[in-house]
Design a protein around this ligand. Sequence first.
Ligand code: SAM
Length: 229
Amino acid sequence: MCVTPRSGSDVRSTLGGHRPDAHPPDPLNNLRRELLAPLEGKVLEIGVGTGLTLPHDAAGVELSGIDPDADKLVRAARRRGSHIGPLTFVTGDGNALPFADASFDAVVISLVLCSVPEPRRTLAEVWRVLKPGGELRALEHVRAPNALLAASQRAIAPAWRLIAGGCCLDRDTVHDIVAAGFTVSDHRPHAAGVFVQVVAKKAGLRGQDAINRVLEGQVARTVAEPKEP
Ligand SMILES: C[S@@+](CC[C@H](N)C(=O)[O-])C[C@H]1O[C@@H](n2cnc3c(N)ncnc32)[C@H](O)[C@@H]1O
C-alpha cells in the first residue's frame, strides 16, 4: 500500500484542460470522493502518487500535487481525470514543502501519513502552508480503536513495514493531527476504525503566525491611538 520515498528532480509540469479519466477499480475510491467534496480554491495534495484522487477534484480547483516519486507523477499527469482547473505537479517531500506560508485553502492527504518518516513534521508543514481557517482533509489507515484489532495490527506491523516500504499499520494519526494544532471538525471511521476520514481546520494561530498577529495588533493599536494635545 505504501511506497518508499525516492528523491526526484525539481521537474515541474503544469497542465490544464480536460480529458476523460480511466482509473482502475479501487474500493477506496468512494472514500476519496467523499474526502474531496466539495473543495474550492487553491488545493495541495501531498503524496498525490499516480493521481487516484484526481477524478474526484471539483471542477475549477487550482490543484498542486507533490510526491517524491517522479514516475508516479508522470502517471498522474496522464490520468488527469476531469480536472479542468490549473494543475501543477512537483517532485518533493511532505516534510519540506516547497511552498510559501499560508498559500493554500486546503491540503489533501490520502494514505500517506502511514508512510512518511515523520508524520508530525509533515503535519507542521501542512499547518504552515495552509491559510488561517484552511482545511486539512485526510484519509488514512490508522490504529484500530478495538484493543484486539489494535494488538493484531501491532503484531504484524514490523513485518508489514518491511514488505510495504516502511508503511506503519498502527499510527495514531488523528492524535498527531490534533497535536499539530488542528481542530477536527469531522471524523468518520470505516472498516472498524482501521480507516478514517478527517476534516480538520487550521483554526488557531501558532508559532510565527501567532507572533505576527500580535505584532500586527500592536502596530494597529499604535496607529489608532489618539495623539496627546
Ligand atoms: C499509498 S500511496 C497513496 C497515493 C494516493 N494519495 C492515493 O490515495 O492512492 C502513498 C504515496 O505517498 C507518497 N510518499 C511517500 N513518502 C512521502 C513523503 N515523504 N512526502 C510526500 N509523499 C510521500 C508515495 O510516493 C506514494 O505516492
